[in-house]
Write a protein that binds this ligand. Structure first.
Ligand code: PEP
Ligand code: MN
Length: 337
């Protein structure tokens, strides 16, 4: 439930509303902007009497929120959220371009790629250290050693690093070593892991589950927000459909839908969505055209011999081409690269 206060309402009147909510044993979520002042109620509001709020001083209207997500909802937070990451941010005018290999394979591999993608205009470096592979016999990542190499590549390239966290027991290490913690598609509904990353204040890149609906996706984000971590970035990475030509199907329509329903930034990963390297650039263009806040692109200096996801990885040269192709589209969308 949302209590919309009149803009510039007297703080005593707002306090009276907040106290009333607290006295009902419910949680207050407040958001204020230049032209709005919203007091959200979080918890079971089925027995809350609308009229008792509507008649309070300074209250403009009372809105019922049907969706199971609240903090993630644009109704609770009308302005776009901008997520700070070190000296930069995600969700503002500047597009967030995250690039790098599926997995860290060696110190020279990740460092070379980091330098190349930085030169081409990427703002963040990705690289898997602990990999969620479908088969237990596939390469599982260099683990701690991979993190060390990523830190070295960060030092050289000055790019913040994005790394997937698979289990909560590594969270402390990730809080120290990593700039953005990625929660992978397979863990989108690992609620213990979501709760754990809700306790940190590190930015979390939450990837959409393989078969997750938009509501399930936003409700997964709600778990993180409910823990007090407001730094959530969503990532569409393709969903399971009947189509087998592509690895997944990029759900391009999710971008305008999320922009309507939520204030959280949303980026697109055309690499995992398609599974095919030559589709990455056109899908990246489509993503920016439709309003995505950024991209996650798998780049490898030797895709044919990559230990993971070589088919969908583009070379640094093709990444430069992609960056050039999205330039004009970014301009049309009034976004900076
Ligand atoms: C990845 O980004 O390396 C990855 C495994 O992606 P997803 O969780 O989307 O499959
Ligand atoms: Mn991958």
């Amino acid at each position: 439930m949302i209590i919309v206060m009149r803009a510039n309402v007297d703080s005593h009147d707002a306090d009276a509303v907040k106290n009333k909510i607290a006295n009902l044993g419910l949680e207050v979520y407040e958001s204020k902007g230049l032209n709005y002042h919203i007091i959200g109620i979080i918890g079971d509001t089925s027995n809350v009497d609308d009229e008792s709020f509507k008649t309070m001083k300074g209250v403009e209207k009372v809105i019922h929120v049907q969706e199971p997500y609240k903090r993630a909802s644009r109704l609770f937070h009308p302005e776009n959220s901008i997520i700070p990451v070190n000296e930069t941010s995600i969700g503002g005018e500047k597009l967030a371009i995250i690039a790098g290999p599926c997995s860290v394979e060696s110190k020279s591999q990740i460092t070379e790629i980091a330098v190349e993608v930085k030169e081409a205009g990427a703002g963040f470096l990705r690289g898997g250290a602990f990999k969620p592979r479908t088969s237990p016999y596939s390469f599982q990542g260099l683990k701690e050693e991979g993190l060390e190499y990523l830190k070295y590549a960060k030092e050289i390239s000055k790019l913040p690093i994005v790394v997937e966290l698979m289990s909560a027991d590594k969270l402390e290490m990730y809080e120290r070593e990593v700039d953005i913690i990625q929660i992978g598609a397979r863990n989108m509904q690992n609620f213990d892991l979501l709760r754990a990353v809700g306790q940190t204040r590190k930015p979390i890149l939450l990837k959409r589950g393989l078969s997750a609906t938009i509501e399930e996706f936003l409700t997964a984000a709600e778990y993180i927000l409910a823990g007090g971590n407001e730094n959530v970035i969503l990532c569409e990475r393709g969903i399971r459909t009947f189509e087998t030509y592509t690895r997944n199907t990029l759900d391009i329509s999710v971008i305008p839908v999320i922009k309507r329903l939520s204030h959280l930034p949303v980026i697109v990963d055309p690499s995992h969505a398609s599974g095919i390297w030559w589709m990455v650039e056109p899908l990246a263009m489509a993503a920016i055209a439709v309003g995505a806040d950024g991209l996650m692109i798998e780049v490898h200096n030797d895709p044919k011999n990559a230990l993971c996801d070589g088919n969908q990885s583009i070379t640094p040269e093709n990444f430069r081409h992609l960056m050039n192709s999205i330039k004009e589209i970014a301009q049309i969308r009034k976004r900076k690269l």
